[in-house]
Design a protein around this ligand. Structure first.
Ligand code: FMN
Ligand code: SF4
Length: 462
């Protein structure tokens, strides 16, 4: 199946151009040279909000929360100081969509933030992204200068914040901590950003609107073309377009933009399908959602359909496994990833995930234990989410019990455990678009729960 993953030039709402936009003027050509920010500023904030509401836009950061509802909450907050934040931390394994977007088209995200400022009445914006995202940070800085030169930032302040490598950096309350100069440790659950934002004081909670880079980027075209044209694309549940990352056991891994609602099977075909002689077995959406077995690959890629099928859309980072993959080894890698990346603030998370990770190591390395390692692993993850400040331990509950249920026999099979190689969780460092290859961060194997790195692991990982 041949497939062009890029914008057919000037097709409304598509964000990824065939060739990266090198200048702001080049980007603006799709709008006849006039920025949608100017159009939005001519409209009452309520009218802009109404358009975003009508579009049905759902956040692309993982949870699919309606974007306009978040805007409305911040807009109606009693505190006059508000902030707009773009989550560009992109730490979800198997996901490269935000970096791909920023490399090719940083302008849509920046314009989306400016429109959000107009609606919620914010004067200051932040874009936190990992310090290791050098290309993206550079691209954002250049784009910011261009927008400033056009006067679009007059009276506003935009700060790009290079941040740490940790998975938790992308968690929205940890993200705010990093902006404030602290480590990426989530704040208490009862302080959502839209209630307590940045640099808050008792009398001034300064709510922050935190949205994913793609969520912000979808807004300018909605304002220019109107909500109806956005809603006409994609599925009813998740209107518009999505940017998906397909990694793992496919022939042409990559990043693709498409209308939501396409069956997963078709999406995996775009990524070249199974390798020669192999068949696809299962899919994980990052490390956040339950496994989706291949028998359900006809499920449409949208939030509602995937939830109904027992999995989730997440941030559209589809990690595909074929019949040669070892689910126990995948679980060992993913649960270890969550354990190592958790932050020790909540005892239940740290002890539960630790127990699960050690038990899965015991199972996969054939170490004798006092009790059945699988029982210990399941008890560890199921008991983990108690008084948890963030969703991270819930991800472990999503992953393990469902994987054990769907692939129980593999957990008793030495060929899939002790005799299978370690699994490298696909934390994507870079993407070679021409070769359709992702560069993975192999240091994942050596990262320790105190966020230091051990000497490189000897075991070869899959
Ligand atoms: C452990 C963890 C890591 C996360 N990492 C990211 C991330 O890298 N990027 C992101 O946009 N959202 C991430 N999120 C989700 C954010 O907390 C938040 O829901 C999102 O930025 C909201 O944006 P949206 O409404 O546009 O989807 C993460 C959540 C958790 C629990
Ligand atoms: S639930 Fe886990 S990762 Fe989240 S704040 Fe608590 S200890 Fe840290």
């Amino acid at each position: 199946m041949s497939f062009n993953p890029y914008i057919p030039m000037n097709k409304p709402h598509w964000l990824i151009p065939e060739k990266p936009y090198e200048t702001y003027d080049e980007y603006l050509k799709q709008y006849g040279g006039r920025s949608p920010v100017l159009k939005a500023r001519e409209m009452a904030p309520e009218a802009v909000l109404d358009e975003v509401l009508k579009s049905g836009l759902r956040g692309r950061g993982g949870a699919g929360f309606p974007t306009a509802r978040k805007w409305a909450t911040v807009k109606s907050h009693w505190c006059p100081t508000r902030y707009v934040v773009c989550n560009a931390a992109e730490g979800e394994p198997g996901t490269f969509k935000d970096r791909f977007l920023i490399r090719k088209n940083p302008y849509a995200t920046l314009e989306g933030m400016l429109i959000a400022c107009h609606v919620v009445g914010a004067k200051e914006m932040f874009i936190p992204a990992k310090a290791s995202f050098k290309k993206e940070l550079e691209r954002l800085r250049r784009a910011k200068e261009e927008l400033a030169a056009k006067g679009l930032l007059d009276g506003l302040k935009l700060t790009i914040v290079p941040g740490p490598e940790e998975y938790l950096f992308g968690e929205e309350r940890a993200l705010l901590q990093v902006i404030e100069g602290c480590p990426p440790m989530p704040r208490e659950m009862h302080y959502p950003p839209f209630e307590k934002g940045l640099f808050s004081e008792l009398e001034s909670p300064n709510p922050a609107l935190v949205s994913n880079a793609e969520s912000h980027a979808r807004v300018p075209a909605i304002i220019h073309h109107g909500a109806d044209s956005f809603k006409a694309l994609g599925s009813k549940d998740t209107p518009g377009l999505i940017i998906v990352t397909v990694s793992g056991d496919v022939r042409r891994p990559g990043v693709f933009e498409m209308e939501s609602g396409r069956p997963l099977r078709e999406i995996f075909e775009m990524a070249g399908g199974a390798k020669p002689g192999r068949t696809l077995k299962a899919m994980y959406s990052g490390v956040t959602s339950p496994v989706l077995p291949a028998s359900k690959f006809d499920t449409p890629a949208d939030f509602g359909s995937l939830a109904k099928a027992g999995s989730g859309l997440g941030s559209c980072g589809f990690i595909v496994l074929d019949d040669a993959a070892s689910v126990p080894r995948v679980m060992q890698g993913m649960i270890r990833f969550l354990y190592v990346e958790s932050c020790s603030q909540c005892l239940a998370c740290k002890t539960g995930l630790r127990q699960a990770s050690i038990a899965l190591d015991d199972l996969c390395e054939g170490r004798p234990g006092t009790a059945d390692p699988l029982d210990r692993a399941l008890a560890g993850v199921i008991g983990a989410p108690q008084t948890n400040r963030c969703f991270l331990p819930q991800e472990a509950v999503n992953l393990l019990p469902g994987s054990v249920e769907a692939f129980r026999a593999e957990f008793d099979d030495p060929a899939r455990t002790v005799n299978a190689p370690r699994y490298l969780v696909p934390k994507i460092k870079d993407y070679d678009e021409d070769k359709h290859e992702f560069v993975l961060d192999r240091r994942v194997l050596d990262k320790q729960p105190d966020w230091t790195y051990a000497e490189p692991a000897e075991a070869a990982a899959r």
